[in-house]
Write a protein that binds this ligand. Structure first.
Ligand code: AMP
Ligand code: MG
Length: 341
């Protein structure tokens, strides 16, 4: 890990690293974020791993130009009222500490939105954050730069103390101004709803778009890592395969012949081979392997796309196996369990 200054040459150095897949902690006006290229699923999986998150809570995609938005979100998927709200809110409150939940653009990797068909987008006002985004890939997936369950960092040394060996660079931009996370507002649903109170007040939002709902205030702490009403809420809105999904313990699939109208999601080549030896080979396109050599970061990066692919085949059943409970394995299993219910 290297600490960088907030001067342009250092920001450019960090930006170059992001393009190559690195993780960079950077200041925003709310708290320090842990950024990765929003279009690099492996880098995003490393963000989850660095935070040691037990589940895939969707990340906020940070942009620094309105022109980038179409690569992230599909505004045409909003209702007419939603489009109008988006126009008002983005014009008046971006850049700033407001995160909007919007329909996800299909090309954005599934792990960036944790498998949801909506995506959280924010346009930070901090000049260092804006430069880092512009100098790199135009869109950074970034949660707060703290380990799961710990306080959000408002200074570079909070990040180095908590995440030191997990990040490649930390850009020191001094103390963050707002010190509180962004307000998360969902305008993809019929009635707009504040999912997390934060840096922009409800009054400010309501002055622009009228009454908004407030999701159960016991989640007002805004800690994305603690179980809170936001999680059950997301659980429901989480993409669930239409196809019946049955989850098996590691190794259980090995002795089970694959039926003709059945899809398989194996963790690794090793676990798949032990299965193949016992059965007639199934059609190749009905089998997915999360990571050939059993790397949980690669497996996490592939998880949502592979679930979507298998689900699109119109099969009767998908059998998936749990990942070893190491590294991101726990988060992968959490997601698979939700997909199986
Ligand atoms: P953080 O990771 O600290 O920046 O927090 C991000 C917040 O945005 C968390 O509370 C997430 O649950 C929430 N969030 C991100 N994407 C979505 C989404 N598509 N739908 C609902 N909430 C989201
Ligand atoms: Mg956070």
């Amino acid at each position: 890990m290297e600490i960088l200054s907030n001067q342009d040459n250092d920001i450019k150095k960090a930006a170059k690293a992001i393009i190559a897949g690195a993780l960079v902690a950077f200041p925003t006006e709310t708290v320090y974020g842990l950024g990765a290229d929003a279009f690099n699923p492996i880098a995003i999986a490393r963000v989850f791993e660095a935070k040691n998150r037990p589940s895939f809570n969707p990340l906020i995609i940070h942009i620094a130009e309105f022109d980038t938005l179409p690569r992230i979100a599909d505004i045409s998927g909003l209702s007419e009222a939603g489009k109008e709200m988006f126009g008002l809110l983005s014009k008046q409150l971006w850049p700033g500490p407001l995160t909007l939940i919007l329909p996800k653009q299909a090309q954005l990797p599934g792990i960036a939105a944790a498998g949801l068909d909506t995506v959280a987008v924010r346009f930070p006002s901090h000049p260092v954050a804006q430069k880092l985004i512009r100098f790199s890939t135009g869109a950074l997936a970034a949660p707060s730069a703290n380990p799961s369950g710990c306080l959000s960092p408002t200074r570079a040394n909070h990040v180095s103390a908590q995440m030191g060996n997990k990040v490649d660079f930390i850009i020191d931009g001094g103390k963050t101004l707002v010190g509180l996370e962004s307000t998360v507002l969902d305008i993809s649903r019929e009635t707009p709803c504040i999912l997390r109170p934060g840096g922009i007040s409800r009054e400010t939002i309501e002055a622009l778009i009228g009454t908004v709902l407030l999701e159960n205030s016991s989640m007002a702490v805004g800690n994305e890592d603690k179980p809170s009403p936001i999680s059950p809420g997301q659980l429901k809105s989480h993409y669930a395969p239409r196809t019946l999904l049955i989850l098996h313990k590691p190794g259980e699939l090995a002795g089970l012949p694959q039926a003709a109208n059945e899809g398989r999601l194996y963790f690794s080549t090793a676990t798949r081979h032990s299965a193949l030896s016992l059965q007639a080979p199934a059609p190749q396109n009905q089998v997915r392997i999360l990571s050939q050599d059993g790397c949980s970061i690669e497996a996490a990066a592939n998880l949502f796309e592979m679930l979507h692919e298998l689900d699109s085949l119109g099969l009767e059943l998908i059998r998936a196996e749990e990942a070893p409970a190491l590294g991101l394995g726990e988060a992968i299993n959490d997601r698979l369990r939700r997909a199986a219910t």
